[in-house]
Design a protein around this ligand. Structure first.
Ligand SMILES: NC(=O)c1ccc[n+]([C@@H]2O[C@H](COP(=O)([O-])OP(=O)(O)OC[C@H]3O[C@@H](n4cnc5c(N)ncnc54)[C@H](O)[C@@H]3O)[C@@H](O)[C@H]2O)c1
Length: 283
């Protein structure tokens, strides 16, 4: 049973993953490249825990204990040397992730499992960067990690059944549901959401309805929690373009980025993070 888990990268996903694990009683080592990044990660964990308390879903005492179970480190070796599982959540860049996996391979116990939270990069390629390709696996979380139920487990070409079973067990121990998918571009969730979003952007481009009405139609008619265009703005239009290009390479024209998506990105309108995407944000 995995007792101590390292999370590498304390950004949006890494901090949420660390929090989910600690809330479920796991000892966590949280690593990032700077103190500033770790402080930011811890602040977002504290904010999220306060929301749980306010909603009556967590006691003050449990929140305090959760925080005590998260130990931060700015040295990678120190963070990972004694853990059973590492979950990598550094930016979506294959070269960077390969480099991180090589270091993890060097610094962790031989039997440790190395998992990646990539949304769409090749788990198999990351496995090949290590001397333990059978112990490398995709553990794809969703934002916000402490709330979202699913973990999409990605079995690389070389991932062993034991590794899949161990990550399935860990996910269940912390109260998550799992699906097991092959290591194919976009897995299930990224491929499904991209197809949906790209088709809705095309409808907007064709002038079939306003952005507001497309989002409203999908929210109220299909019962999705968010409309596709507001969701694209939240994810980031640059990220959506990157996903669409990789899916086009894998599956052909049906994933080709609509002109409008490309032009918005070229204009620097990347969604919420730049204050403008399909919508304009004032805060
Ligand atoms: N944002 C999402 O909704 C979402 C959902 C599922 C999966 N993902 C995936 O999770 C991963 C992380 O995404 P994010 O949104 O948390 O990004 P982010 O930019 O919020 O966080 C990345 C963190 O990694 C740190 N970092 C950079 N280089 C590092 C290194 N060498 N070692 C350790 N830390 C390093 C950064 O300082 C930053 O804190 C990506 O692979 C992404 O595709 C994202």
């Amino acid at each position: 049973m995995a007792k101590t888990i390292a999370v590498v990268g304390a950004g949006l996903m890494g901090s949420g993953i660390a929090q989910s694990l600690a809330m479920a009683g796991k000892e966590v080592r949280l690593y990032d490249i700077s103190e500033a990044a770790l402080d930011k990660g811890l602040a977002s964990i504290q904010k999220s825990l306060s929301r749980f308390i306010k909603a009556g879903k967590l006691s003050e005492q449990d929140a305090k204990q959760t925080l005590q179970r998260i130990r931060t480190a700015t040295g990678l070796q120190e963070a990972v040397q004694d853990v059973d599982v590492v979950i990598e959540a550094v930016p979506e860049d294959l070269t960077l992730k390969k480099d991180v996996f090589q270091q993890l391979d060097r610094y962790t116990k031989q039997e440790a499992i190395l998992a990646t939270n990539t949304s769409e990069l090749s788990v198999t390629a990351l496995a090949a960067a290590t001397a333990r390709p059978d112990k490398v696996i995709g553990m794809h979380w969703f934002n916000p990690a402490p709330v979202m139920k699913l973990i999409e487990i990605v079995k690389g070409e070389t991932t062993s059944d034991d590794t899949v079973a161990a990550i399935q067990r860990l996910s269940e121990e912390i109260g998550k549901e799992t699906v097991i998918v092959k290591d194919r571009q976009g897995f299930v969730t990224t491929r499904a959401i991209a197809a949906h979003m790209i088709e809705c952007i095309r409808m907007y481009e064709e002038g079939i309805a306003s952005a507001e009405d497309i989002d409203k139609a999908v929210r109220l008619g299909l019962n999705y929690p968010m409309g596709p265009l507001e969701l694209a703005d939240m994810v980031g239009l640059d990220t959506m373009l990157f996903v669409s290009e990789n899916l086009t390479e894998a599956y052909g024209d049906r994933f080709r980025a609509p002109q409008l998506l490309r032009k918005l990105v070229e204009a620097g309108y990347l969604g919420r993070k730049t204050g403008r995407g399909f919508y304009t944000y004032n805060e």
